[in-house]
Design a protein around this ligand. Structure first.
Ligand SMILES: Cc1cc2nc3c(=O)[nH]c(=O)nc-3n(C[C@H](O)[C@H](O)[C@H](O)COP(=O)(O)O)c2cc1C
Length: 157
């Protein structure tokens, strides 16, 4: 993903620390490209709930603002072969758009969008299960995969 991006792009990231490896990866990507950066940890995203009784919830407003971008770049550390709790909450909450007939057309807008992945971990490569979680989820939602960039980092602890 060294090339300049020609679609409007937003980086959507999360990490258990503000100035850690994920944030460094995001900053270096953002320096090379004209992108908006969204840190999910700055938003209140309660876990998915079947009864939709969300209090102090930023999810819907955040998701609607992300629909303005054509290319979503997810950035995440690998935590035990998975992503962060906040990123997982964000992904789960997309289900709210599938549950609601009025919101479904909004979700279909994803079908014209692309996604990429920035990952970092102690391992040389991102675990396949981690990569597949993103690929299969966003492919299912109709988005097209563009690229994946992984960085091996120093141990976090
Ligand atoms: C809770 C936790 C779980 C981790 N699990 C893995 C793992 O399964 N595989 C791996 O290669 N690295 C693992 N790591 C290392 C991190 O992925 C790595 O240090 C990453 O760069 C941390 O990014 P951050 O500074 O944004 O948190 C883990 C680190 C933590 C804190």
């Amino acid at each position: 993903m060294q090339q300049k991006l020609n679609r409007s792009t937003v980086i959507i990231y999360s990490s258990a620390r503000k100035n850690g490896n994920t944030s460094a990866h995001v900053n270096s990507f953002a320096e090379q490209n004209d992108v908006r950066v969204v840190c999910l940890d700055d938003y209140k995203i309660p876990p998915y709930c079947y009864n939709k009784n969300y209090k102090n919830d930023d999810f819907y407003q955040l998701f609607e603002s992300l629909l303005n971008y054509d290319h979503w770049v997810f950035a995440s550390p690998v935590y035990w072969y998975n992503t962060t709790i906040q990123m997982k909450a964000f992904i789960d909450r997309i289900t709210d758009y599938m549950d609601d007939e009025h919101l479904k057309p909004r979700l279909r807008l994803l079908r014209s969008k692309d996604f990429s992945l920035l990952s970092n971990a102690s391992s040389i490569e991102a675990p396949e299960v981690f990569v597949q979680m993103f690929k299969q989820t966003f492919n299912y939602l109709g988005m097209s995969f563009v690229s994946h960039q992984h960085k091996k980092t120093q141990s976090a602890v």
